[in-house]
Design a protein around this ligand. Structure first.
Ligand code: NAI
Length: 303
C-alpha cells in the first residue's frame, strides 16, 4: 500500500497514475478532507473504463496510513511565478515536519519519498525528523530534471526521446547539474552530435524548464506525477532502477549530512546504493555550487 499526503494538483494526479499503472493501492490524505474524499471517489469511478483493480481511499485521518510500504509527501505550498523554491522553504518545513512525525507514529517501517519543495531541504528535514534509516528517506527532483534534459536533447536532434539517455545531479533548483559528459543517444555521446552552443542551449532550457511551465499554467503536474509513479514502482516492485534522487551521501561526491541529487539504485529498501561517477571539471565545479546552495538554505531554516 502507498500513502500519498497532499491531494492537490500533483498528489491527486500521482495517485491516479499509480492506480492506472497498477503499482499498488493508494490512501490519499489531505487536511482538506472533502478534497481527498472527492478525488478518491472520482478516481474510483473511472476504474471500470481504465480497468484498474487497485483500491483508493481519501481521508484526513493520518492513522489510515498504517501498513504502508511507501509514504509520498506532496503537501505544502507550490511555487508562484515570482517565487523561487527556497522562498517556499520555511512554510513548507513546518508542514513537512508535522507530517513526518505522523509517519513515524503510524508507519514506522515505511520508506518516505519527499516531493514538497525545496525538495533537497525537505528531504534533509524528513530524515532528521523521522529518525528513519537514511536509505528509507529520499526526494524526487533530479529525475524530473533528467526527463526534461532528455526531452530537450531529443528535440534539438529531432530523434526519439526514448533513445536519449542522460543524468542530472545536484540541487533540484537553479544550481542543478545536467551531466553533458554522460548524455548519449543510443550510446553516442551528445558532444559528437551537437555543437557547444546547442548543448549550452539545451542545458539552460533544462534548468529553467520547471519555471517555464509555472509561468504558463501556474504549476507542473503531469511530468512530476509520471516521475513519482516511476519511483513508486521501483520501490514497490523492487525494480533496482538507476535514477538520480535526493539522498544524503556518506562522503560520496564530497558530501555528507545534506540531501542532494545523485545517481542511486532504487529498490524495495529505498536507496540501495549510491553510484559515484567521475565528473568533468566543469560539472564538479557546478556540483560544488549545488552543495553550497543547499547548505546555505539549510542554514537559513527556522525551527
Ligand atoms: P497544491 O497546492 O495543489 O496541493 C497541496 C496540497 O497540500 C493541498 O491540497 C493542501 O490542502 C495540502 N496540505 C497542506 N498542508 C497539509 C498538511 N499538513 N497535511 C496534509 N495536506 C496538506 O500544490 P501542488 O501543485 O500539488 O504542489 C505540492 C508541492 O509539491 C509543492 O511544494 C510543490 O512545489 C511541490 N512540487 C515538487 C516537485 C518536484 O519536482 N519535487 C514538482 C511539482 C511540485
Amino acid at each position: 500500500m502507498i500513502t500519498i499526503i497532499g491531494a492537490g494538483r500533483v498528489g491527486s494526479q500521482a495517485a491516479f497514475d499509480i492506480l492506472k499503472d497498477h503499482v499498488d493501492d493508494v490512501v490519499l490524505i489531505d487536511i482538506a478532507e472533502t478534497l481527498a474524499k472527492g478525488e478518491a471517489l472520482d478516481m474510483m469511478q473511472s476504474a471500470p473504463a481504465i480497468e484498474f483493480d487497485g483500491r483508493i481511499q481519501g481521508t484526513s485521518d493520518y492513522s489510515q496510513m498504517q501498513g504502508s510500504e511507501l509514504v509520498i509527501v506532496i503537501a505544502g505550498q507550490a511555487r508562484r511565478p515570482d517565487q523561487t523554491r527556497i522562498d517556499l522553504m520555511n512554510n513548507n518545513a513546518k508542514i513537512v515536519r508535522s507530517i513526518v512525525q505522523e509517519v513515524a507514529k503510524h508507519a514506522p517501517n515505511a520508506k518516505i519519498m519527499i516531493v514538497t519543495n525545496p525538495v533537497d531541504v525537505m528531504t534533509y528535514i524528513a530524515r532528521k525528523t523521522s529518525g528513519f534509516p537514511g536509505n528509507h528517506v529520499f526526494g524526487m527532483g533530479n529525475i524530473l530534471d533528467t526527463l526534461r534534459f532528455r526531452s530537450y536533447i531529443a528535440q534539438e536532434l529531432a530523434v526519439s526521446r526514448q533513445d536519449v539517455n542522460a543524468l542530472v545531479i545536484g540541487e533540484h533548483g537553479d544550481s542543478m547539474v545536467p551531466l553533458v559528459e554522460y548524455a548519449s543517444v543510443t550510446g553516442i555521446p551528445i558532444t559528437t552530435l551537437l555543437s557547444k552552443e546547442q548543448i549550452d542551449k539545451v542545458v539552460q532550457r533544462t534548468i529553467t524548464s520547471g519555471a517555464d511551465v509555472i509561468k504558463l499554467k501556474g504549476s507542473t503536474i503531469y511530468a512530476p506525477a509520471a516521475v513519482i509513479t516511476m519511483m513508486a514502482d521501483a520501490v514497490i516492485h523492487n525494480r533496482k532502477r538507476v535514477m538520480s534522487v535526493s539522498t544524503c551521501p556518506s562522503g560520496e561526491y564530497g558530501c555528507s549530512d545534506y540531501s542532494i541529487g545523485v545517481p542511486v539504485v532504487l529498490g524495495k529498501n529505498g536507496v540501495e546504493r549510491i553510484i559515484e561517477l567521475k565528473l568533468s571539471p566543469e560539472s564538479q565545479q557546478r556540483f560544488e555550487k549545488s552543495i553550497t546552495a543547499i547548505k546555505t538554505a539549510v542554514a537559513a531554516l527556522k525551527d
